[in-house]
Design a protein around this ligand. Structure first.
Ligand code: 16G
Length: 245
């Protein structure tokens, strides 16, 4: 951390100098999104300032959303994302959307296996109770920034082996001629709670977009029922409007 020996030289309150050094380290990427900040005591020793000064600087950065405090586990870095504009009229996959922007995607799997459907999955996918569905739950990450938590549910017919979905679900569906051609998407506002907040690396209560997508084959059959949580600070959903005929 570039905060060593702040006592020496310069004017202005020490906490502001410390705040500025930390802010620069966050914005320049020296500190990564989700990194834990060293304990207050260590920071104070290292910067050669009092713990009160450290607390003031940290309070400031928490207020500005560059740090987040989590009960019992410490203080973590929140690197602001550049917002992503996402068209609401094109049926594309996350992997494709990010590739178009030149970003690399990866996933942390939260759930990947075959299950009996829940009542709403049964209804939405039009399946009997004894059917099996593949559940694919992932934290979706673009260039090391966690952007969304997505939980897709697909009939076992289309994805018999959930482990075969290594990266793109739509690429796997395409291979079996089951890539959706139409979808209905519902977006609602929410406040992100834990554990989702800590997975996304945002403060508890920050704004999120909860999105449900039901996708169809040309036959009218439902392929996918996906519930996602997108970071409100990262996404603008954009739709083109035309006057009714
Ligand atoms: C998008 C879709 C999601 C779909 C995924 C497939 C939204 C809100 N969600 O993220 O429903 O399952 O793309 O992406 O747009 P993949 O092919 O990269 O797995």
């Amino acid at each position: 951390l570039p905060v060593e020996g702040l006592q020496s030289g310069g004017a202005g309150p020490l906490y502001l100098k410390l705040r500025q050094s930390l802010e620069e380290a966050i914005l320049s990427g020296k500190l990564n999104h989700g990194d834990a900040l060293p304990p207050e005591r260590d920071l104070a020793d290292y910067a050669n300032v009092s713990r009160v000064t450290v607390r003031k600087a940290v309070d400031d950065l928490v207020r500005d959303g560059l740090l987040v405090r989590r009960h019992g586990s410490g203080t973590f870095v929140v690197r602001p994302v550049s917002r992503v504009e996402q068209s609401l009229s094109r049926l594309t996959s996350f992997t494709e959307d990010m590739a178009r922007r030149g970003l690399n995607t990866r996933a942390e799997w939260l759930e990947r296996g075959l299950f009996h459907p829940s009542p709403d999955e049964m209804m939405t996918l039009g399946l009997p109770a004894d059917a099996l569905v593949a559940r694919l739950g992932r934290l979706r990450i673009a260039d090391d920034m966690p952007l969304a938590i997505e939980r897709a549910c697909v009939s076992v017919e289309f994805v018999p082996d959930p482990l075969s979905v290594a990266s793109s679900l739509y690429a796997v569906l395409e291979k079996v001629n089951a890539r959706p051609v139409r979808a209905v998407q519902r977006i609602s506002a929410c406040n992100i709670k834990d554990p989702d907040a800590s997975m996304l690396g945002v403060a508890v209560g920050s704004a999120g977009l909860s999105i449900e997508r039901v996708s169809y084959l040309s036959s009218g059959r439902v392929v996918e029922f996906t519930r996602s949580l997108y970071r409100g600070d990262a996404y603008d959903f954009v739709a083109e409007l035309t006057i009714p005929e």
